[in-house]
Design a protein around this ligand. Structure first.
Ligand SMILES: Nc1nc2c(ncn2[C@@H]2O[C@H](COP(=O)(O)OP(=O)(O)OP(=O)(O)O)[C@@H](O)[C@H]2O)c(=O)[nH]1
Ligand SMILES: [Zn+2]
Length: 293
């Protein structure tokens, strides 16, 4: 039978078989260990089912991977969707930029979603959306609470495997519950959940929506390290610099204090978002401060 690994815990792999809409608890065959292959969430696999014990089986073969990424560890990803709340909690755009860099570095396209649009003004939501649209990202705004904009999300997810990520409390569980009511994700007040520490124990897991649509729920994050990046490389991830940087006076301009910098000129003319530029500067300083051994 063919299926997809949706979860891996302590040496067991949970394989969803769409044909039967059933999940089998599987062990991996020893051959994978010999070949140094570790089955990954997202892997398409062939399993042999156990005749004796209902719902158990063995992974016999891992089908060729389209891709696989490390953060989060998942195979065969088509895209990511990152959710931030427009307010409550206030969006930490430095954290959003870190996420975008991390995914771009792994060649994964990311859609940006600002949720809770019901509690901010039209101006506030437009400012957030424009900032990221200007950098070439697909951006949507939603209110899961008022069921506004969710159809657009369903359309974007259709037929794809999407990593869904975001900080705690932005409405990720609420969204998953809306598109897949059987998922029964726990929804709660931000503070209560943090007190219980629930978000720290959750595993990444693929949720089956339909035949070809999977969503990977990832634990809420509050920080992201991008320290493997060289400071000189950082500018590559700021897509909005591209239109200007060929016009900088110096080749290799870092767009900081160099004279004749076209990126800074674009910034001064309001063509580049100052929020993004400030994040670039802050991240650059952070990378510069890291000791390299
Ligand atoms: N006003 C408003 N509140 C929302 C919206 N979506 C979710 N909420 C509320 O925000 C709180 C957090 O929602 P969750 O769905 O639990 O958030 P989460 O992102 O899954 O959080 P973690 O599980 O900690 O990662 C809950 O009280 C929700 O009812 C929205 O669109 N508007
Ligand atoms: Zn420059």
């Amino acid at each position: 039978m063919k299926g997809k690994i949706i979860k891996g815990i302590a040496g067991f792999y949970y394989v969803h078989v769409p044909q039967e809409d059933k999940v089998f608890e599987c062990k991996a065959k020893g051959i994978f260990r010999n070949q140094n292959i570790k089955p990954l969430v997202g892997d398409d696999v062939e399993i042999d089912t156990d005749d004796q014990v209902e719902g158990k089986g063995t992974i016999a073969r891992i089908l060729p991977r389209k891709n696989c990424i490390l953060r989060p560890a998942v195979a065969n990803v088509d895209q990511a969707m990152v959710i931030f709340a427009a307010a409550e909690p206030a969006p930490n755009l430095n954290l959003l930029d870190r996420f975008l860099i991390m995914m771009q570095r792994q060649n994964v396209d990311t859609i940006v979603c600002f949720n809770k649009k019901d509690i901010v003004s039209k101006n506030e939501i437009s400012l957030l959306m424009d900032t990221y649209m200007l950098c070439g990202y697909r951006v949507i705004s939603t209110s899961v609470l008022k069921q506004d904009g969710i159809n657009a999300i369903s359309e974007l997810l259709k037929g794809k495997t999407t990593v869904l990520a975001g900080p705690s409390g932005v409405g990720k569980s609420s969204l998953i519950n809306y598109i897949k009511p059987e998922a029964q994700m726990e929804i709660g007040k931000v503070s209560e959940k943090i007190k219980r520490g629930r978000h720290t124990t959750r595993h990444s897991e693929l949720i089956y929506i339909d035949e070809c649509t999977y969503v990977m729920d990832t634990p809420g994050f509050s920080s992201l390290y991008i320290h493997e990046i060289e400071k000189e490389e950082l500018k590559v991830y700021f897509n909005e610099f591209k239109d200007y940087e060929n016009h900088c006076r110096f080749i290799g301009c870092m767009h900081l204090n160099e004279p004749g910098c076209a990126v800074k000129e674009a910034l001064n003319q309001g063509k580049i978002s100052s929020i993004r530029y400030d994040n670039y500067k802050a991240l650059y300083e952070e990378l510069k401060a890291i000791k390299r051994y």
